[in-house]
Ligand binder design. Structure first.
Ligand code: OAD
Ligand code: ZN
Length: 250
């Protein structure tokens, strides 16, 4: 199956990937669903909604400070590096992620579209102004926006909120143009991200899924690998590199 996928990639020029929490699982970032998932231990409506922030901004900030700390202690894994390397096999490769953990940027992926924001970014809860990234947030004395006095909040997408419009437009446009679309480590349950693989497939892309568990995409995908992304993606890159060498470069 890996050889077939490598064949297809070798004959394509436009690619895209959609990643979810699973790509960072091997780095030690907990996923949201599943046995060990964050949403088993925490209630999203009490931590990741505007209502929660307005009712208890201190509780919400404690949770985000905890996640910031956890994420700043981890490193990218071979799956992140392999997706960066994937750029070498396409003339255009877009990395669309639902993750807020910044790890695709850490490895230097060039075109990263963060659908759900970035956990290190801050903005004003009232006027939306982007605020400094290096703010230390004391949950009992939350800094305020210099322009309107609104409290600082993390610049991530909460439940019930719209995704950043420009990012979403680029993501859908690139999904439509992709000849190969790889979904990695996502349960494919959260919209609108979960529609991207379908949009790509409908527009003619070969859909490849990498996930140790089955998802709603598994039956739709042209190739569905039951594997960990930190293992399978580097294997795929190795096969592609060997072909590149054999062919004297693509
Ligand atoms: P989920 O937690 O829903 O799903 C993680 C997926 O990763 C599951 O399908 C696992 O089987 C898979 N997985 C686990 N380990 C893996 C590994 N080593 N390699 C590959 N896959 C692995 O996470 P998402 O699909 O990203 O939204 O969740 C989507 C959104 O729901 C998140 O962005 C977040 C959450 O609520 C917001 O916060 C807005
Ligand atoms: Zn403001």
């Amino acid at each position: 199956m890996l050889n077939q996928v490598a064949d297809i990639i070798s004959n394509c020029t436009v690619g895209a990937a959609l990643t979810g929490a699973g790509i960072s699982a091997e780095s030690g970032v907990p996923t949201f669903r599943g046995q060990q998932g964050l949403w088993k231990k925490f209630r999203p409506e009490q931590l990741a909604t505007m209502e929660a922030f307005l009712a208890s901004p201190d509780v919400v900030w404690e949770w985000y400070n905890w996640r910031r700390e956890l994420i700043s202690d981890v490193s990218p894994n071979p799956g992140h590096y392999a997706l960066k390397e994937m750029e070498d096999f396409f003339s255009k490769f877009t990395l669309i992620t639902q993750n807020v953990d910044n790890l695709h940027r850490v490895v230097g992926s060039s075109r990263v579209l963060e659908l759900h924001g970035n956990i290190y970014h801050n903005k004003c809860v009232d006027c939306g102004l982007a605020l400094a990234e290096d703010l230390e947030i004391d949950p009992s004395a939350i800094p305020v926006c210099g322009k309107c006095g609104g409290q600082v909040r993390p610049d991530v997408v909460w439940f019930g909120e719209m995704l950043p419009g420009d990012v979403m437009e680029f993501a859908f446009a690139d999904a439509e143009k992709a000849e190969v679309f790889i979904t990695v480590g996502t349960s494919a349950l959260v919209q609108p991200a979960a529609s991207l693989p379908l949009v790509a497939k409908r527009a003619g892309a070969t859909l490849i899924e990498i996930n140790p568990e089955r998802t709603p995409l598994s039956d739709i995908a042209d190739f569905s690998f039951r594997a960990k992304s930190g293992e399978l993606l580097p294997q795929l890159v190795t096969v592609l590199r060997e072909r590149q060498k054999g062919a004297g470069g693509k």
